[in-house]
Design a protein around this ligand. Structure first.
Ligand SMILES: [Zn+2]
Length: 163
């Protein structure tokens, strides 16, 4: 047996060295607000805030539509695209006009065919009332992480019903 020509197996992806990713960009979560500095407003035709969307992670469903499947692991910040389209609005609304919704409610307020535009709008509006309450709780919670408090405050400070 000779070791003169050792065979080197190709490196598998999971054996590759972990790249040195700046912590603030880890998994797309913006931790840059952790030091309580004011968040800057992006120059955008619609209000965007990635941290507001990230707040939805593992939260309960607040849309609570007739088809709700309350599975927090599926919760995302729902923009109610179908609701906006039902009103003749051809755009995705700002991130302050989002509601934490499970996958089923997200579909209900978007592509779901079993409800009228009015029913979708009513579910979204009721959900947004709950959402504002949830953001208010986070914004007022001294134990909440600063990036979460900042995101909730931002959402509460945006004008409602604007793109
Ligand atoms: Zn739901």
């Amino acid at each position: 047996m000779s070791f003169s020509r050792p065979y080197t197996k190709p490196m598998r992806a999971r054996d590759m060295p972990v790249p040195d990713i700046p912590p603030r960009l880890y998994r797309g979560v913006d931790f840059s607000a952790c030091n309580d500095t004011p968040m800057t407003m992006p120059k955008s035709p619609r209000a965007k805030n990635r941290a507001v969307l990230n707040l939805a992670r593992m939260q309960p469903c607040l849309l609570q539509s007739p088809v709700c499947q309350p599975e927090p692991e599926t919760t995302v910040a729902c923009h109610g695209a179908g609701v906006a389209n039902g009103k003749g609005l051809g755009y995705k609304t700002g991130d302050q006009n989002t509601v934490w919704g499970c996958w089923a409610c997200n579909d209900f307020t978007d592509a779901y065919n079993g409800a009228t535009a009015e029913e979708k709008a009513a579910v979204f509006a009721a959900g947004h009332v709950r959402q504002v309450e949830a953001w208010a709780q986070i914004a007022a919670d001294p134990m909440a992480r600063p990036w979460k408090r900042n995101a909730a405050k931002w959402a509460l400070e945006q004008p409602k019903g604007t793109p």
